[in-house]
Design a protein around this ligand. Structure first.
Ligand code: NAP
Length: 299
């Protein structure tokens, strides 16, 4: 195995977030750089909320060429940026930054990633109904993608109903072709909406491995065989909601394709080159396996 040694020409990239120990992104991007002979490195950029502004200034001073943004900074980074892509603007969230001589532009490649995942699932979603569970940064990207995909009705279900209401209002103001609705996580409110949905997307972290893997955010009895059910979580690869949806005959998908496609779009934006996507899937699946094994050892 050859060791990469950075020099004065090495371009710097990374992932900006609060807690990053489980992230797969460094493995993907660094593998892409090595495979394509690009003199660049992708680092973990962990900082606390109160230090965000100073940290971003440091990244600029150090000449970082770009970085990804994850929980909890996808919205809070916005005031520090100089410009936005149309998808970042539409979603109100940024997961990728490009630094052009100190001028920072925000992009949202999660939107592209999720849109491609749905397109590749081969399900016709134009003019159909979607239920999005959760109202955070990931939900914003998913809803922006659903608008690109021309869905007709989009309902946001959330634990804090006020956050769902706010998000529905925001998207309603900007998009007249779709109907936006919202409701709480009370079964008597969401049950029939969930049953009537063609596409159900769980954007909450509830099914994540570090939580209780038996956790499920909704009662799955409203899921059925005519639906596509996607959980944005990819660790574990099959969360409880996907297991239950599959039992009821639904087509299911985990968050891995969105992860890979968003990373691919960021990589292309930074380097103008296409990374080896097939290899990235293998790396991601291996990394998830290793995280699961480590967590098992801890539990
Ligand atoms: P976020 O901004 O913190 O939002 C989390 C949302 O989940 C909020 O609406 C929150 O509800 C809800 N929630 C959290 N815990 C809950 C619980 N115990 N029960 C019910 N609802 C709960 O996070 P995010 O950026 O949207 O990310 C969410 C998940 O998506 C994470 O697991 C992340 O890893 C995943 N993700 C995956 C990809 C991918 O490429 N596959 C991309 C982006 C995100 P409240 O409003 O009530 O707090």
């Amino acid at each position: 195995m050859s060791i990469f040694i950075p020099d004065s020409e090495t371009k710097l990239y990374g992932l900006l977030g609060e807690t990053l120990s489980h992230s797969i992104s460094p493995s993907l991007h660094n593998n892409g750089f090595r495979d394509l002979g690009i003199n660049a490195v992708y680092l973990m950029l962990e900082t606390k909320k109160q230090d965000l502004e100073g940290y971003i200034n440091s990244l600029k001073t150090l000449g970082f060429a770009g970085w990804n943004v994850t929980i909890p900074y996808k919205e809070s980074i916005i005031p520090y940026l100089n410009g936005f892509s149309s998808l970042a603007r539409a979603s109100g969230a940024v997961n990728t930054v490009l630094n052009r001589r100190g001028r920072l532009t925000g992009y949202n490649t999660d939107v592209i990633g999720f849109q491609r995942q749905v397109e590749e699932a081969g399900v016709k979603v134009k003019d159909k109904r979607a239920v999005v569970i959760g109202a955070g940064g990931a939900a914003r990207a998913v809803i922006a993608a659903l608008i690109q995909l021309d869905l007709k009705d989009i309902t946001i279900i959330n634990r804090t109903v006020e956050n769902a209401e706010e998000l529905a209002k925001l998207f309603r103001e900007e998009n007249s072709k779709q109907n936006f609705d919202f409701c709480s996580l009370k079964e008597q409110e969401y049950g029939e909406l969930l049953k009537a949905a063609d596409l159900v997307v769980d954007t909450t972290p509830v099914g994540m491995y570090s939580n209780d893997i038996k956790n499920i955010v909704i009662n799955p009895d409203y899921l059925h065989e005519e639906q596509l059910v996607i959980d944005l979580v990819y660790n574990p690869l099959k969360t409880k909601i996907l297991q239950e949806a599959e039992k009821r005959g639904a087509q299911v998908g985990n968050g891995l394709p969105t992860l890979i496609y968003q990373a691919e779009a960021s990589f292309k934006l930074w380097t103008q080159e296409m990374p080896p996507k097939k290899k990235w899937y293998q790396i991601a699946e291996k990394a998830v396996g290793e995280i699961e094994a480590k967590d098992d050892a801890v539990d």
